[in-house]
Design a protein around this ligand. Structure first.
Ligand SMILES: Nc1ccn([C@@H]2O[C@H](COP(=O)(O)OP(=O)(O)OP(=O)(O)O)[C@@H](O)[C@H]2O)c(=O)n1
Ligand SMILES: [Ca+2]
Length: 562
């Protein structure tokens, strides 16, 4: 490189100010002190570097400043890459550590075993527990073993073995198992306490011999059953999640943020919801919860003997008072249907025992009549609406505050309405359409119904007419749902993969998985955190690139010098 081009090279670099006391302009000619050359040189004007290279035919030597800039740029790029890599790997969710829990729902008609799972590190979040298995125990509910109490426990063995297969064996010991018995056992303990105790001892023995962590087998109260059902559906529907926009929306609109729960079993039925007005008229029906940082005042009532099987027993016991001989024409069964009932069985539990009297026959022959309207009138008698010691009542003098918000209706509410094709969520079915559907189903002769639904158990199938009419009676006459708020009842079998019922709420409570206060959560999710890191890094790289380009340009091309 000759002195001129070398000096021009210097002039285009950051060292140009070394040329002291001279103002430089492109095209300036004359004699200049060039530090690179260590001498005065004669310049006839600086040229663009490319031109200069063309002219000289040699590769220009990279200045130290540019080298340092380049190294700094490279190092910054490396740092950014390292930063992203660390963000992605360091904060990536750890491999899932799953926990399990087992609850047995010992209902009046049958027992179900549920297996739940949840990620261990998210125990206190809402909506993370889900059902992974349900096993229906063969045979009757445990209260059905009152005459052979020692067989109640062994009846559960097969479902426990199924749970052993679902849960990894190394976690068997740490998996809690709970059994909650409902209305069937409540009735048995009223009728024969020692038989109920023996049944519970038998199931306890079997559960203790399973490889799981036995946590108790007990009869739960109607209040608990109602409350845990309400907790389950609201947990699964995500109604306890009160963060960000939902919180703001709720506080602005004061909308009802929880769903009521309607549970219909074989022996009892529960209604649970958050009423609009606070009232302490009937304190035994009110429960206070603090969940995820919010207080809930919940109304609940469980009607023992108003599950669909016991309601039918009550109806038959009443009907029996009016018959002249041993046959009964029943409008709630299909025409052509026949059933024989032992009179002693009919009066054996507390739901019907008050109506017990001597009859000149030991069996009742029931003949179906298939008349919905008559059936409704017949059932209506089960709801005593004559006196109410409170501002408002459902029936039998039980306090009921004004109905409020949406309701999730499950168990037999769902089984029956689902069978009748009346559960559509897309286009909620109007009450009069529901009534006419049940009316025409009841009018179908038994032989036709039986032929149309061969796959359905006769016990269930024969009672869907009665059950449909009973559900409408309970909701319309009992709780006084109207054409309008009927649309707010949602018939639910499952929510996600979990069955709607009290068991999940029971387990969440006993394992302390629903905290009173909202758990502290990191402000950003892992995804948002990584995204933000990448964005910041990209901005940093762009700034560095821009700076490098700026410095890389020949100085003489920059404004102010040219
Ligand atoms: N596919 C089904 C399943 C069940 N049933 C009936 O629905 C009623 C209620 O069942 P369930 O909710 O399981 O009641 P339990 O839990 O056994 O009773 P409870 O809660 O009163 O103890 C029972 O009469 C049962 O015969 C039905 O009609 N169709
Ligand atoms: Ca039940």
């Amino acid at each position: 490189m000759d002195n001129v081009s070398m000096c021009c090279h210097w002039l285009s670099s950051a060292d140009a100010p070394l040329l002291k006391n001279r103002s430089l302009n492109r095209g300036t000619t004359g004699s200049w002190w060039c530090p690179a050359a260590g001498q005065h040189v004669h310049l006839s004007g600086c040229k663009e570097k490319s031109q200069e290279q063309e002219i000289t035919g040699t590769k220009p030597k990279m200045s130290w400043t540019r080298k340092i800039l380049l190294i700094l740029g490279l190092l910054s790029a490396l740092a950014v890459i390292a930063l992203i890599a660390v963000a992605v790997t360091q904060n990536k969710p750890l491999p899932k550590n799953i926990k399990y829990g087992i609850v047995l729902d010992a209902g009046s008609s049958h027992t179900n075993l549920y297996v739940y799972e949840w990620p261990a590190e998210k125990e206190n979040d809402t909506g993370v527990v889900q059902q992974v298995e349900v096993c229906k125990v063969e045979g009757p509910g445990i209260s059905g073993y009152s005459h052979a109490t020692e067989k109640a426990g062994p009846s559960l063995a097969q479902c426990l073995r199924q749970a052993e297969e679902v849960i990894p064996s190394k976690q068997h010991q740490e998996t809690p198992v709970y059994l909650g018995a409902t209305a069937g056992m409540r009735l048995l303990s009223l009728e024969n306490e020692s038989a109920a105790d023996k049944v519970l001892s038998s199931v306890e023995k079997t559960l203790r011999s399973a490889p799981f962590n036995f946590q108790g087998a007990r009869i739960i109260s109607g209040q608990e059953e109602g409350a845990y059902g309400w907790i389950t559906i609201n947990y699964l529907l995500g109604n306890f999640k009160q963060s960000g926009w939902t919180k703001l929306l709720h506080s602005l609109k004061s909308i009802s943020e929880t769903s009521g729960a309607l549970d219909l079993g074989g022996a009892s039925t529960q209604i649970t919801f958050v009423p609009n007005e606070l009232s302490s008229e009937s304190p035994k029906n009110l429960l206070n919860f603090r969940l995820y940082g919010k207080d809930y005042l919940v109304y609940t009532h469980s009607f023992l003997c108003y599950g669909k099987d016991q309601a039918l027993q009550q109806k038959l016991a009443r009907d029996l008072q009016t018959v002249e001989n041993s046959s009964l024409l029943d409008p709630c069964f299909h025409q052509g249907y026949q059933r024989t009932v032992n009179i002693s069985d009919l009066f054996k539990n507390p739901c019907t025992s008050a109506k017990k009297k001597q009859f000149p026959f030991s069996q009742l022959y029931i003949q179906g009549e298939g008349n919905y309207q008559k059936c409704r009138r017949n059932i209506q008698k089960l709801f005593n609406k004559t006196s109410c010691p409170y501002s408002s009542c459902s029936f039998n003098g039980i306090y009921l505050p004004p109905l409020q918000g949406d309701f999730g209706a499950f168990s037999a509410f769902y089984f029956v309405m689902n069978f009748l094709n009346l559960t559509s969520e897309q286009s909620p079915i109007a009450l009069d359409k529901v009534t006419s559907t049940i009316e025409s189903f009841c009018a179908r002769p038994w032989h036709e119904v039986k032929a149309a639904y061969r796959q359905i158990k006769e016990k269930y199938l024969s009672e869907y007419c009665f059950s449909g009419a009973y559900i409408l009676s309970l909701l319309e006459n009992g709780y006084e749902f109207t054409q309008e708020n009927w649309q707010r009842i949602h018939f639910l079998g499952k929510i996600g993969s979990s069955d709607a019922g009290w068991t999940l709420g029971y387990m969440l409570n006993l394992t302390n998985m629903i905290p009173a206060e909202e758990p502290a959560v990191p402000p950003l999710s892992h995804g948002s955190y990584v995204g933000l890191m990448v964005l910041c890094s990209l901005v940093l790289v762009s700034v560095l690139l821009f700076a490098w380009l700026l410095f890389h340009k020949p100085k003489c091309l920059q404004k102010g010098i040219v």
